[in-house]
Design a protein around this ligand. Sequence first.
Ligand SMILES: [Zn+2]
Length: 602
Amino acid sequence: MTQLIRYAIEPVDPNGHLFHVDLTVAEPDPEGQRFSLPTWIPGSYMIREFSRNIIQMDAVCDGIPVPLTKLDKNHWQASPCKGALTISYDVYAWDLSVRTAHLDQTHGFFNGSSVFLEVQGNENQPLVIDIKRPFGERYDNWRVITALPELEAPRYGFGTYRASNYDELIDSPVELGTFALGQFEVYGTLHEIAVTGHVPNLDMVRLEKDLKTICETETAFFEPESRRSPVDRYVFLVMAVGNGYGGLEHRASTALLCSRKSLPSTATPEQDGKLSEDYVQFLGLCSHEYFHTWNVKRIKPTAFIPYRLDAETDTRMLWLFEGFTSYFDDLFLLRSGLIDVGTYLRLIAKTINGVMRGKGHLRQSISDAGFDAWIKYYRQDENSPNALVSYYTKGSLVALLLDLTLRKATGNARSLDDVMRLLWQRFGRPFDEGLPVGMTDAEAKRVLEEISGTDLRDFFSRYIYGTTVLPLREALADFGVTMKNTADSGKPGLDIRTRQQGNDCVVTHVYENGSAHYAGISAGDVLLAIDGLRVSADGKSIARQLSRYALGDEVDIHVFRRDELMKLTAILVSEEAPEYTLTLTENAADAMKTARQSWLGS
Ligand SMILES: [Zn+2]
């Protein structure tokens, strides 16, 4: 079978971190075939300019070199030619993240958006991808895992794979190496976990068991009757490192980066009912990315159909796609029986404390936060806590408030569960049934109002388009949960964040309206002494030192700004770090207990 478009990728120099790619187009555009490379990868909303890693590109037509013109930063055009056109190039792959590509002698990983040029005008053609084994004995035991279906390759083998179009190609990351492999079924659908990286005594059995529970809970949530999976096969690609955290959702897989300590060990097995905090965080990440299989990969904002890969795209609806997903990720750990109510309430309290820590949540709405994700959330700096809000964390609290509001308005008959299911029925679409239909803000609001039976205009303008503080305390009280700020308001503090750099304590963030802000301490300053006494490099001495002073006291602060010694004066005010706790209300009324039961289960 002659394929019109064929990619061959070879890890040609693992030591130099180079993939080599040959892209052959059997019938190029007679006017001169154009090619492009995405500037960003869907799910990670920042222009990353993947073409910066392309090294040297040549074009050959029927064995004869043809001129290739670079039109702009990520577009190329071959001169008109007759016969099959092959474009060859190397890609430098040395970014250990879920967003680009990485290659060395231990493993290879790539997203299609980093390595495969798009053949303009042929976006919807089926594609063949030949994945080649690196040369040398060292690589004899390497395997391949990806959600792309095999064309001529054994399962986990090198050989040819296929993609139904360019969108599927760049939505299916590939891992090469000697990963540990786990498998389980979710209502008859094969799910796999590939763990890359050195993880002593990895407890794969535990991982299989817990991920299966989460995936079953989520599948049954969206498809309570049929339990039909939206995928034919699903792959968790996990890269374990010393320190790291991140995930990226795809249509039938997810790429995850985690710290090795967050994976279970057979030597110190995880105990049912009291899983370690690190492992709970990892399961929460898996739960989050798996939920995206429905929410954002198949229920999509209209602006993503199709993705515009050349430039920033309207991402105003991330409050729903990331916020709701962040609300349900931990909730499904509770519903799957992996954590208890106490742990769940602690996770919500942690989110509340994070959102309320700076003034950003009073400055930027979650709708605007999504819209500006490209230049703000993904490009955070020392002033971010004062200027912006996370559509993940605040979005999840808005989802919580919506859930409680809906439950209250309907006497616990309806909830955000019903909203998600209706969104799925109305806007979700499996890939094999054509393009998703797409959803707008207004349509999401209509579904929410349909389920709640109330007008949500006010809710939207206050909490989604506005920055009104969420009335969570009141909402939670109705559900038999007490929210209390236990922070000591009489305690003086500097209201800064620091990091240790060698023997220095370096200020990284200065919260607005705190003692340090008023004194003129700035991010980047090396904090030397408070009232003539040395500050410890790890910053832990600050609270201890300040505990000898009262609110209103004046203290000298010595800092180095760059190489200049500065003496500043701080008038101490109370540190504004909230410490909310959520507990089950003692002696809650029966109605509250019933409401809580319907929300959190037993
Ligand atoms: Zn997400």
